[in-house]
Write a protein that binds this ligand. Structure first.
Ligand SMILES: Cc1cc2nc3c(=O)[nH]c(=O)nc-3n(C[C@H](O)[C@H](O)[C@H](O)COP(=O)(O)OP(=O)(O)OC[C@H]3O[C@@H](n4cnc5c(N)ncnc54)[C@H](O)[C@@H]3O)c2cc1C
Length: 462
């Protein structure tokens, strides 16, 4: 670091209420750490922002000093978008407050909160907003890209429940975007990622959920993978809006509910999260039970526990590579590709998820938000290569790539969920937004004409 920059860092320190950290500072990792251990980048400066004013200072300072600027919400992005080598990370980590208005059924959530904090605060009032399925994911990145999870058939994507957002623009102005103000910005924020400004607060519409919900997990051995996925395809096509779920090609965990001989066994889990009554849930899952899985786990559980159930399968620091696509149908031939890939899956930590879409997700017109994917899609497929250390990583990444290549012919277009991209290559970003890309590029030109915020699935100014 040059002397000029060192003295500049002191100026930023003086201008901000939050800490400004550099490599070697004991607290540096709190703002520079990211979930994906395969990405090794050290920002030169981390600005831990405690307010919109701090964010404005950091944005101004980063631009004045010509540093690449990345924004960190929860640091979970698989592409490591929160850090640039030698750049400035604007870390929203200190902004974790969640304030719930139970009468209006609304929550205001800080731009650095994770899902666990949002869920816990909302559940104190028996409320929730649809979000992801791993609770140590950041609310910000997840929301800005779309956000789907167990509640999506009932209440849509996270962005479908966004009421407003407080945004610090790259020129330092602080604005609130909603259906009434900065409407173009509000549209772009709902799916267009962190391209348009730094969000310091999200306001969400909440729904009554739980506090007890019903889990049904049915695990089928690998020999029955095709049969299990076909069963899941029919089940989710017929299932209700008050149940979410997924099909996961996974190895059984060494959990108390798994018979010892099945620990680590590869197979397919059909997972159902029921938000109705116990009787409704029992009736709903009956066909899965009758199919005779290797083992099942059916239990009521607190909604917050459901939200944390998959946390341990994807801990911080693993080496990960993800590829995704949408399928309008899940034909038998695609199921054969999935089953073959599961039989070749090298790492027991890797997984292949098929999230059924539809329900409230499909109610929202495509043009209503900037979401990068069609609302007519029926499955979001996510191939997650995960290993604990670098040794097996190349092979595992190759598995994810070849599995994706095998499924690609069954996808109607090249769109993918931008939050599940490990490589932000320009063509794939454009393909994901399709016809919306041009509108997003025009909005980018208004709010970030010099493309200051480009450490993301980047929309280029028009
Ligand atoms: C294990 C795992 C499970 C997942 N499960 C799901 C799931 O169930 N459903 C789902 O929808 N997604 C899921 N995801 C994907 C997740 O949505 C993305 O990884 C998302 O980017 C995480 O957001 P973050 O804030 O933690 O990430 P970060 O790495 O902090 O940021 C991600 C991107 O958002 C931008 N950004 C972050 N905060 C802000 C802000 N405040 N203002 C402006 N821009 C900002 C960043 O610049 C970056 O481009 C999962 C990811 C992982 C690794």
């Amino acid at each position: 670091m040059t002397d000029t920059m060192s003295s500049g860092v002191d100026a930023l320190r003086a201008a901000m209420d939050g800490e400004v950290l550099q490599p070697g500072d004991p607290e540096y990792d709190r703002g520079a750490l990211i979930w994906n251990g395969a990405i090794d980048r050290s920002p030169a400066v981390v600005a831990r922002c405690t307010s919109a004013a701090d964010v404005a200072e950091a944005l101004r300072w980063g631009q004045a000093n010509g540093l690449g600027i990345a924004v960190r919400g929860g640091g979970h992005n698989v592409a490591g978008a929160a850090v640039l080598e030698g750049g400035l990370t604007i870390d929203l980590g200190p902004l974790t407050d969640v304030v719930v208005d139970p009468v209006a059924r609304r929550a205001r959530c800080g731009g650095g909160a994770n899902l666990a904090a949002l869920d816990a605060a909302c559940q104190e009032h028996g409320l929730a907003v649809p979000a992801g399925t791993v609770s140590h994911t950041g609310v910000a990145g997840l929301t800005l890209g779309g956000g789907f999870g167990w509640l999506s058939p009932m209440a849509g994507l996270t962005i479908d429940n966004l009421i407003s957002a407080e945004v610090v623009l790259v020129d330092g102005r602080v604005v609130r975007a909603s259906a009434h103000e900065y409407r173009d910005l509000f549209w772009a924020l709902r799916g267009g990622g962190g391209n348009f400004g730094v969000v310091t607060e999200f306001e969400f519409q909440l729904h009554p959920v739980g506090p007890l919900v019903h889990l049904g997990m049915f695990f089928f051995e690998l020999d029955r993978a095709e049969e299990a996925i076909r069963l899941g395809r029919k089940f989710f096509a017929d299932s209700h809006r008050n149940a979410g779920g997924t099909m996961i090609g996974v190895n059984a965990p060494p959990a108390p509910f798994v018979p010892e001989e099945a620990h680590f066994a590869p197979g397919v889990a059909l997972v159902v999260a029921g938000f109705g009554t116990a009787d409704e849930h029992a009736a709903l899952i009956a066909p899965l039970r009758e199919a005779g899985p290797l083992f099942e786990f059916v239990t009521p559980m607190p909604y917050v526990a459901l939200q944390q159930m998959l946390d341990e399968g994807a801990p911080w620091g693993v080496h990960a590579y993800t590829k995704g696509l949408y399928l309008d149908e899940l034909p038998d031939e695609a199921i054969d590709v999935v089953a073959a890939a599961l039989r070749e899956k090298p790492s027991p930590m890797s997984q292949l998820l098929m999230f059924p879409l539809g329900g409230a997700f499909g109610d929202v017109p495509d043009e209503a938000t900037a979401f990068g994917g069609r609302r007519s899609a029926k499955f979001a497929v996510v191939v997650d290569a995960i290993v604990p250390d670098p040794v097996m990583f190349d092979r595992e990444r190759e598995w994810a790539r070849s599995t994706w290549d095998g499924l690609r012919p069954f996808a109607d277009d090249a769109s993918t969920y931008v939050n599940m991209m490990t490589e932000f290559d320009d063509d794939r970003v454009r393909a994901s937004y399709g016809a919306k890309y041009e509108r997003l590029a025009l909005i980018k030109t208004v709010y970030d004409p010099r493309n200051v915020l480009r450490a993301n699935a980047n929309i280029k100014p028009a």
